[in-house]
Design a protein around this ligand. Structure first.
Ligand code: DOR
Ligand code: ZN
Length: 343
């Protein structure tokens, strides 16, 4: 097959950042996605309905001329989030809340320290038909970084899924066979997003032959057996798994630093790279479910009606992107060949 037409995809997890950066990030995503779930880890974080609404306005203002791209807003849970905050978010059209364990990743310092005290908030999310989006890694420093996702499942995820049985939960950017198996065997109402980097790469791609800071993201890339499990699960066509790029820009100097930031800015190539993965797996018939149906169905939103076409055509991801303020970003897969291109 040299050409594939699919219903226009949505990105169920990304980071747009704010201010000047929006001109770059919003148009890169609007290029091929109809909607995107926007992560709230700004500085300071988007913790309330009012902050989400004003952030939404800034995103809408950054859309390219004529674009109908729609951001789906989220709020950031902290130890202080109240049931009233959830009700207010619902009234403002916010669909989901994101839970970062404090210190787990970029801009998560205001995240949750005590999961136990957040159960009333989880109940409120369920009562208001909102989703809980989870960054599923423990933050205990003595736990090996490669084991933090599995530990989170054992220590917390099992409990949350069990104690709030009517809550829809997205286990974000899963990276392990443990997480894939957990989601597969979990009750209805539990799903996961998977990034292009975790399907395409494993930890050798970050550490073998030199450190590659542009492949460093969190949760960190795992060993190839985990990558293989993620590839198997998308190939299976299970509706519990859907597209979430976790596209997360950081400037070149902040990535190429003695304490480099986590995140891969994949918006320029993500859809094409997912297509490449499904092609490699001889599973192009499963691409559209993953990119365009499973997420909308899980969120309870209508499927898109427009379509996009990808063609088999090799192209090279640019080495850098210049932001409106002159700073550089090195995009994910910079300087590498991609086998598919959006028509
Ligand atoms: O690699 C990541 N980057 N993982 C996250 O969880 C956050 C993100 C970011 O905001 O940069
Ligand atoms: Zn993210």
């Amino acid at each position: 097959m040299n050409e594939i037409t699919i219903i226009k995809p949505d990105d169920w997890h990304l980071h747009f950042r704010d201010q000047d950066m929006l001109l770059e990030t919003v148009s890169a995503t609007a290029r091929c996605f109809a909607r995107a779930v926007v992560m709230p880890n700004l500085v300071p974080p988007v913790t309330t309905a009012a902050l989400a609404l004003s952030y939404k306005e800034r995103i809408l203002a950054a859309r390219p001329e004529g674009s109908s791209f729609t951001p789906i807003m989220t709020i950031y849970l902290t130890d202080k989030t109240s049931v009233q905050d959830i009700k207010d978010a619902k009234a403002a059209g916010v669909l989901a809340a994101k839970m970062y364990p404090a210190g787990a990743t970029t801009n998560s310092d205001s995240g949750v320290n005590s999961l136990e005290s957040l159960y009333p908030v989880f109940e409120a999310l369920a009562d208001n038909d909102m989703l809980l989006l989870i960054h599923g890694e423990v933050t205990q420093k003595h736990i090996d970084i490669f084991d933090r996702e599995k530990e989170f499942i054992d220590q917390h995820m099992v409990k949350i899924v069990d104690r709030v049985p009517n809550l829809k939960i997205v286990f974000e950017h899963i990276t392990t066979k443990d997480a894939a198996d957990f989601v597969l065997s979990a009750r209805d109402g539990v799903a996961a997003t998977i990034t292009p980097q975790h399907l395409l790469l494993n930890r050798n791609d970050m550490l073998d032959g030199g450190m590659r800071p542009h492949n460093y993201c969190l949760p960190v890339l795992k060993r190839s057996t985990h990558q293989a499990a993620l590839r198997a699960v998308v190939k299976s066509g299970s509706p519990k798994f859907f597209l979430g790029t976790d596209s997360a820009p950081h400037t070149k100097d902040r990535k190429e630093s003695d304490c480099g930031c986590a995140g891969c800015y994949s918006a320029w190539s993500a859809l094409e790279l997912y297509t490449q993965v499904f092609d490699e797996l001889d599973a192009l018939d499963k691409l559209e479910g993953f990119t365009s149906f499973h997420g909308a169905d899980f969120y309870g939103l209508p499927r898109n009606t427009e379509s996009v076409t990808l063609i088999r055509k090799s192209w090279e991801v640019p080495g850098n992107i210049t932001l409106p303020n002159g700073e550089l970003i090195v995009p994910f897969f910079a300087g590498k060949e991609v086998a598919w291109k959006l028509k």
